[in-house]
Design a protein around this ligand. Structure first.
Ligand code: MF3
Ligand code: CO
Length: 257
């Protein structure tokens, strides 16, 4: 069942989303060579707890941390570690989820660590653009697959590829609700979009081939070919007007244009 949220519920989801956006803004200011992903994780947890919220990932199917931090060929679900030191030229995806008063927000961004290769910069830009093209499709009357179709069209035009094994999702009083939101496919398929639906739209895009595998830690998904990968995510409400980006950040921190 796909739940449609009332205006009052969307207000509460906006509070959760705003907090997640603030956490990402804080972490984006910390990204620099020499910092560890455990440093980022600690800062995120502190901020979420201080806001009276709960880290959504910690303990989820045994996941051990507040954020996912995925470097270079890591696609998603990288586990923060005091031994993972960011290096100049890396790209790092940070994924944050929190629940506040029973409602969830979920958002991710991929950032360059200092100057990065032209390929890396283009990958980040195109993946973030794909997210916004997908969000544009989150309107009543459209269908779920319109979202993934928009992502796939955009990224493949640049010679990049869409990850198939992981998808976006409905979100609300649980982090993962129906429907699934793939990042590929034909338009005009799947459930109809309706006012009040809230979706976590999250393109995962590889510079090389689409195939991924999960490492022995049971979490970290990496590209099979070792190419770079990027991930951007927003929690988005379908409304009668413009799509509402609940995890919008006051200071845009996405891929440098
Ligand atoms: N944003 C990711 C998702 O939608 C985060 C899940 S990480 C997990 O699935 F650890 F909680 F699984
Ligand atoms: Co998500």
């Amino acid at each position: 069942m796909i739940v449609c949220r009332s205006a009052a519920e969307l207000e509460r989801m906006r509070e959760a989303g705003r907090l997640v956006g603030e956490v990402l803004t804080e972490l984006s200011a910390m990204i620099a060579p020499g910092i560890t992903t455990a440093d980022l994780d600690r800062a995120a947890e502190k901020r979420i707890v201080a806001a009276g919220a709960v880290p959504a990932f910690k303990g989820y199917h045994g996941y051990p941390a507040t954020i996912c931090s995925s470097i270079n060929e890591e696609v998603i679900h990288g586990i923060p570690s005091g031994r993972r030191i960011l290096q100049e030229g890396d790209v790092v995806s940070i994924d944050v989820g929190a629940s506040l008063d029973g409602y969830y927000g979920d958002s991710a961004m991929t950032l360059p660590v200092g100057p990065v290769s032209e390929e890396a910069a283009t990958l980040l830009r195109v993946t973030e653009e794909a997210l916004y093209k997908a969000i544009e499709r989150a309107r009543p009357g459209g269908r779920i697959s319109d979202i993934g179709h928009a992502v796939q069209q955009h990224v493949e035009a640049f010679g990049f590829s869409v990850v198939r094994e992981f998808v976006g999702h409905g979100i609300g009083q649980r982090m993962h609700e129906e429907p699934q939101v793939p990042n590929y496919g034909e338009a005009g398929r799947g459930p109809r979009l309706a006012e009040g639906m809230v979706l976590a739209i999250e393109p995962m895009v590889n510079a090389g081939k689409p195939a991924v595998k999960v490492l022995a830690d049971g979490w970290t998904a990496v590209t099979r070919d070792g190419c770079l990968s990027a991930h951007f995510e927003h929690t988005v409400a379908v409304t009668s007007g413009e799509p509402w980006i609940l995890t919008a950040r006051a200071v845009p921190v996405g891929a440098k244009k």
